[in-house]
Structure formats: structure tokens, C-alpha cells
Ligand binder design. Structure first.
Ligand code: ATP
Ligand code: MG
Length: 365
């Protein structure tokens, strides 16, 4: 079958891979719509332009392109960072294939964008980390809790014995009271670490009602010393969730921000709470068409660098009186909503982002 050149052009135009065809002078001779989207350019404007004018930081490979033309050898580059003249930098894999011709040779460049894949693997890695931390925490808490019942029982028996035999010296009972009190505290801590042992009851929840409650508690905690801004997208539909648990999760994050600002005596202390929807987000191995995104941002000193990779683990804390469980619990609750928490922090700008899928929008990847 002979395929017409018009059909070939149409086929190339409809390909989802971004394609550029260059002539021997490395000027653009053809660009398909996927490449137009990727480079944020319009096809008519770039035809005949030298490649360097279309992609600014492609220059180091210009000589490689020339070599490919001369040697007639295709080659592939992985994870190259491109800076299109218009638009943001992107990470791509690309393949260069020389197409020799009697009149004029050409180079075909196919780009495969990596940003989405890198993002997915980063998210998968985070989910994996969070699952591992959850398993470790639960196992650890379970092991701590096991002997506590026995210790408490023995202390109670001892207290009774003491009462019977040493009525004259009640101070001895103070020791058993301390044992019982500390055992109860540890047991409560272990319960928190294990999280709720029943599946959460879900119902329809308005995320802004959750955040308004968090705002109220935060405002009373900070006693007017911190400016709290709210920037809500009112079009966000209701989510399926457990309101009380979501308040707990978001409050833990917001209180950390408040404590960081207060501990560092940050001048002009600010916390902002922002909601938006976001499209095409992969959490674990699920792709979600639309998710609700909550950003809780503060202008405090930032997360200590040494803790960056471990703050979601239990018992990780920079505070003298911190249990290091706030974020572990928050992450556990958000995970139960099929969601994800991410953080980015530099001094003066710390942001915790919570993604929660919106109902009936989930699709398998
Ligand atoms: N907004 C923030 N700014 C700076 N550091 C933060 C922020 N949020 C969290 N952190 C760091 O992460 C650590 C862990 O937080 P997490 O809430 O898990 O425990 P904690 O606040 O120390 O104790 P608690 O169990 O009482 O919440 C904190 O001790 C702090 O060092
Ligand atoms: Mg905390």
C-alpha cells in the first residue's frame, strides 16, 4: 500500500509523542501538535527557525546533532532538562534519528516527557515510605502495649498488698501510683500510634467546614499573634470522609506551623490555608481525575534539614516536649482517605500539601 504524504503528516500530527523534524541546518521543518504543546509554541511561528531559538538550552547537543547527521547514527539521551523559549523547563528522554535523502538529509527528534513519570515515582516512593512507617509504628506500638497490662496488674496487686501490710506508710503507694500513671500514659501513646483500630466511618464532608474548625482552633491557640489567611475555592465539591479525623489531621499540621512560628519568634508571622482542585494526580497506583488540594503554608524557620526525610516517622521531633506523633497520625488519617501529604520547606516558606481524591472521579491507571 502506498501511503500519501498528506496522510503521513496527519499521522505524525496525531501522535502523542512530541516530534520535530530538522533540516541539515538544524532548522525546524515540521513540528507535530504534541511538540507544540510541550514547547508552548505555535507550529507556524517556528517553521524555519533554528532549533536554538525554539529550545534555549539545547545548545550543548547541537554538535551531537551535527555528528548524527554526518555519521548517520541514531542516538538516545535520557533525562535531559530542556528549557523551551516559552514555558517551563521540562525533563525528557529523546531519540534522534537521521533520515538520509539524496537531496537533503533530515533529523527526526522524538521527545518523551519524563516529568509525569518522575512525579509518579516520587509519589509512589512517598506512599511506600508512608506505608512502611505505618507498619513499623503499628508493630512497635503493639509490642509496647503487650506487657503494659501485666505491669499495670502487678502494680495494682502490689498497691493492695502495701495497703494491707503498711497502712501506716501511705507514701509507698505513691510509687505504685506513679507506675500505674506512667503505664496508662504509655498505653494511651501506643493507642495513638496504632491509630483507630476500626475502619473509619465515612460520610459527605465539606472540606471548608473542616478547615473553618481548624482555623477556629488555630486562632484561639495563637491568640492573635499570627495572621491567618484563608483562600478557599468554593467550587470544590464535598468529599467522602470522616470529619473529626480530618480536623485532627489538618489541625496537627496547622499546629506545627503555629508552634514553629511561636518558637522562632518569627516577625510578621503568617499561616495561609488554601484550597484548590487539581487534575490528573496519581496517588499510589491510582490515577485520580480530580483531587482536592489543601496547602497549609507558614513563613517560619522551616523544617530542620536533618529531619526532612523522616518527619512522617513516629517519634521524630525537634521539640523538647513533642511526641513526634502529630504528622504520623495526620498521614495515617489522610492515607485512610486514599490521600497523600507532601511537604516542601525552606526557611521562610514551609508548605504541607494534602491531596484528597474527590468522589466518583477515580479511575484505574
Ligand atoms: N511547619 C513546620 N515548620 C517547621 N518544622 C516543622 C513544621 N511541621 C513539622 N515540623 C517538624 O517536624 C517535626 C515532627 O512533627 P510532628 O507533628 O510529627 O511532631 P511534634 O510536633 O514534634 O510532636 P507532636 O506529637 O506533639 O505533634 C516537628 O518536631 C518539627 O521539627
Ligand atoms: Mg506536631
Amino acid at each position: 500500500m502506498v501511503v500519501s504524504s498528506v496522510l503521513i503528516q496527519q499521522l505524525l500530527s496525531h501522535q502523542t509523542t512530541a516530534i520535530l523534524l530538522l533540516n541539515e541546518h538544524l532548522q525546524v521543518r515540521f513540528i507535530n501538535s504534541a511538540a507544540e504543546d510541550m514547547l508552548s509554541v505555535s507550529g507556524n511561528r517556528v517553521i524555519d527557525l533554528p532549533l536554538q531559538q525554539v529550545i534555549e538550552n539545547f545548545n550543548p547537543t547541537i554538535s551531537e546533532l551535527g555528528d548524527a547527521l554526518l555519521s548517520n547514527q541514531p542516538y538516545t539521551k535520557r533525562e535531559a532538562l530542556l528549557k523551551p523559549s516559552h514555558g517551563n523547563s521540562i525533563t525528557v528522554n529523546y531519540t534522534v534519528t537521521p533520515i538520509p535523502d539524496e537531496t537533503e538529509s533530515h533529523l527526526l527528534i522524538e521527545f518523551f516527557t519524563m516529568d509525569r513519570w518522575l512525579q509518579i515515582s516520587r509519589e509512589e516512593n512517598l506512599m511506600w515510605q508512608q506505608q512502611t512507617s505505618k507498619m513499623l509504628t503499628r508493630g512497635f506500638a503493639h509490642e509496647i502495649k503487650n506487657p503494659l497490662g501485666g505491669i499495670r496488674g502487678a502494680a495494682q496487686l502490689l498497691a493492695m498488698e502495701l495497703q494491707q501490710k503498711h497502712l501506716a506508710d501511705p507514701s509507698l503507694n505513691e510509687y505504685t501510683d506513679i507506675i500505674i500513671g506512667e503505664v496508662d500514659r504509655l498505653s494511651q501513646l501506643a493507642d495513638q500510634m496504632m491509630g483507630p483500630n476500626k475502619p473509619l466511618q465515612f460520610c459527605v464532608v465539606n472540606i471548608h467546614e473542616v478547615l473553618e474548625r481548624v482555623h477556629q482552633l488555630l486562632a484561639s491557640e495563637s491568640q492573635g499573634n499570627i495572621t491567618i489567611e484563608r483562600d478557599y475555592d468554593p467550587s470544590i465539591p464535598e468529599i467522602q470522609g470522616n470529619k473529626e479525623q480530618l480536623i485532627q489531621a489538618l489541625l496537627n499540621i496547622a499546629l506545627n506551623a503555629q508552634q514553629a512560628l511561636a518558637d522562632a519568634n518569627t516577625p510578621d508571622a503568617h499561616i495561609s490555608i488554601r484550597t484548590r482542585t487539581e487534575r490528573q494526580i496519581t496517588i499510589g497506583n491510582q490515577r485520580h481525575r480530580v483531587v482536592c488540594r489543601v496547602d497549609i503554608r507558614d513563613n517560619g524557620p522551616g523544617i530542620p534539614t536533618a529531619l526532612h526525610d523522616t518527619i512522617f516517622y513516629p517519634m521524630v521531633s525537634s521539640k523538647a516536649r513533642g511526641t513526634g506523633l502529630g504528622l504520623t497520625i495526620a498521614q495515617h488519617i489522610v492515607n485512610q482517605h486514599q490521600g497523600l501529604i507532601e511537604q516542601h520547606s525552606i526557611p521562610g516558606n514551609t508548605c504541607f500539601t494534602i491531596y484528597i481524591p474527590l468522589p466518583s472521579q477515580r479511575e484505574s491507571s
